[in-house]
Design a protein around this ligand. Structure first.
Ligand SMILES: Cc1cc2nc3c(=O)[nH]c(=O)nc-3n(C[C@H](O)[C@H](O)[C@H](O)COP(=O)(O)OP(=O)(O)OC[C@H]3O[C@@H](n4cnc5c(N)ncnc54)[C@H](O)[C@@H]3O)c2cc1C
Length: 444
């Protein structure tokens, strides 16, 4: 094949979410010819938006943390330096009887269900994590055994378990204790973020702006996007040339980067690189079923309401308009009611109407004067692959970047021990970029 022809064959990236687009932009800015293939007609993946009663609303809630330095630099690079607004938000706890403020450490220490010894044990557990230089020592211990060992069973039941249920759902104990280390580390880093430590950020005009800006920056650097067509698989010919199967056609690629959840990639590479298909197949995910309510009124003053009442079917109440203000939503209020769920949870078989009926019934327990007449519109969004489970020992089993010559994998399945956040997705691309680049250069 001539050099000229070789240069015309692009690197193809599958997945137009935060990971795929960030990787594509970095490659394009290095002069690599790149095409992003996205299944949906729009970009953004889990961070995309849709409309409720004609008003654009993100499918899932997204805040920006003051410590999201990699994400904020990306915003600078694509001309969105002023896109983030910062708000002093409040956090609440619903115990089954009362709504309590839990915004500051002092609120936490006043939490009525905690005895004096519990408070000391809580302080010790947090200090112990803070003293560890990294997560490695905790990689082999399940979350609950670690927390009970350091804080005792009572503290676990009163504080830790409800928080874990809120964040990870019923399957929290399939995670290792590295999750707690990462949570404490993030909390301490946030305290160091001068001036914004008590604040949360949001993208003014919603995250859709970010994906428009990413696309424009990519196209300005010579990259392309093909959206609205799902990739059906991969092919490698006898000479080792890769192609993507899209819409019944074979699209030759100099190199392919898969930026999709692990089970999807595993299916495609099963017969091509079986050993790596196995590595990807072992990644298990929590999914999320999340009702979104567009309301005439605010439900609580909190951005996040943690729920310690185990009878509630959902894992939290996130009132995004308490972070963004209501101007973003034509004066309406927006509330997300998420339920994190394992792949075999019966929730996946529930209809939207069943989920909505449960939301209404249980919301009345938290907000007694909640009235369906205040609901302007609602919808239920579902995503099967959201948070990779980090079981004990996961630190040494994270999927690699290079699966075969000319075939790379970059996705949230490699984020550890942190929970999946856009800043982590950008950081994961940054740290794997040299490997992807050298794989492409080797083929040039
Ligand atoms: C409920 C919830 C709350 C969250 N809260 C926050 C938050 O507050 N702050 C924050 O920073 N992050 C948050 N996140 C995480 C954030 O959404 C993710 O970090 C981010 O979306 C991951 O991006 P990604 O590109 O790696 O994956 P994805 O967004 O999953 O992108 C994968 C892309 O691949 C595409 N794809 C899949 N199959 C194919 C195919 N066959 N052909 C072509 N394309 C395909 C998909 O359509 C998708 O666009 C939250 C996520 C959820 C679900």
């Amino acid at each position: 094949m001539s050099e000229t022809m070789n240069r015309e064959i692009p690197v193809r990236i599958v997945g137009g979410g935060m990971t795929g687009l960030t990787l594509a932009l970095k490659l394009a800015r290095r002069g690599v010819s790149v095409v992003v293939h996205e299944r949906d007609p729009y970009l953004g993946g889990l961070t995309a938006e849709s409309k409720l009663a004609g008003i654009p609303v993100e499918r899932f809630y997204h805040c920006v943390l003051p410590t999201d330095t990699r994400l904020l630099s990306l915003f600078d690079e694509i001309g969105l330096s002023d896109a983030v607004g910062w708000t002093r938000t409040r956090t609440g706890f619903f115990t089954g009887e009362a709504l309590l403020e839990m915004t500051t450490t002092a609120d936490f220490l006043r939490f009525p269900a905690l005895t004096f010894p519990d408070r000391l044990r809580l302080a010790w557990t947090i200090s112990y994590c803070a003293m560890l230089p990294n997560w490695k020592r905790l990689d082999h211990e399940p979350i609950s055994s670690f927390l009970k060992r350091h804080g005792g069973a009572r503290l676990f039941e009163t504080i830790w378990e409800p928080l874990l249920l809120a964040k990870l759902g019923k399957q929290y104990d399939r995670f290792s204790a590295t999750f707690i280390w990462a949570t404490v580390y993030r909390m301490l880093q946030a305290r160091k973020a001068k001036g914004r430590s008590e604040r949360l950020g949001f993208v003014k005009g919603r995250y859709g702006r970010v994906f428009q800006a990413l696309r424009s920056a990519l196209e300005a650097a010579g990259g392309q996007v093909e959206s609205g067509k799902a990739v059906a698989g991969l092919r490698r010919d006898a000479r080792g040339q890769w192609s993507l199967l899209v819409d019944g056609a074979e699209k030759p690629a100099k190199c392919i980067a898969l930026c999709v959840p692990a089970p999807i990639a595993a299916d495609w590479i099963n017969s091509l690189v079986p050993a790596y298909a196995k590595a990807l197949d072992q990644v298990e995910y929590l999914g999320v079923v999340c009702e979104v309510l567009l309301l005439k009124r605010s439900l609580t003053p909190y951005y996040v309401l943690n729920l310690t009442d185990r009878r509630l079917p959902f894992t939290g109440v996130i009132e995004t308009s308490n972070l963004t203000g209501t101007e973003e939503y034509q004066g309406r209020h927006v509330v997300y009611v998420p339920r994190y769920a394992a792949q075999d949870s019966p929730i996946w078989n529930c209809s939207d109407d069943e989920i909505h009926a449960e939301t209404v019934e249980h919301m009345k327990r938290i907000v007694p004067d909640f009235d369906t007449a205040d609901v302007v519109a609602w919808t239920v969004n579902r995503a099967r692959y959201v948070q990779p489970i980090h079981p004990p020992g996961w630190g040494s089993r994270i999927p690699p970047t290079i699966l075969a010559p000319g075939l790379a994998y970059v996705s949230t399945a490699q984020i550890h021990p942190w929970t999946v956040f856009n800043d982590e997705a950008v950081g994961n691309v940054d740290s794997r970029f040299p490997d992807v680049l050298s794989a492409i250069e080797l083929l040039t």
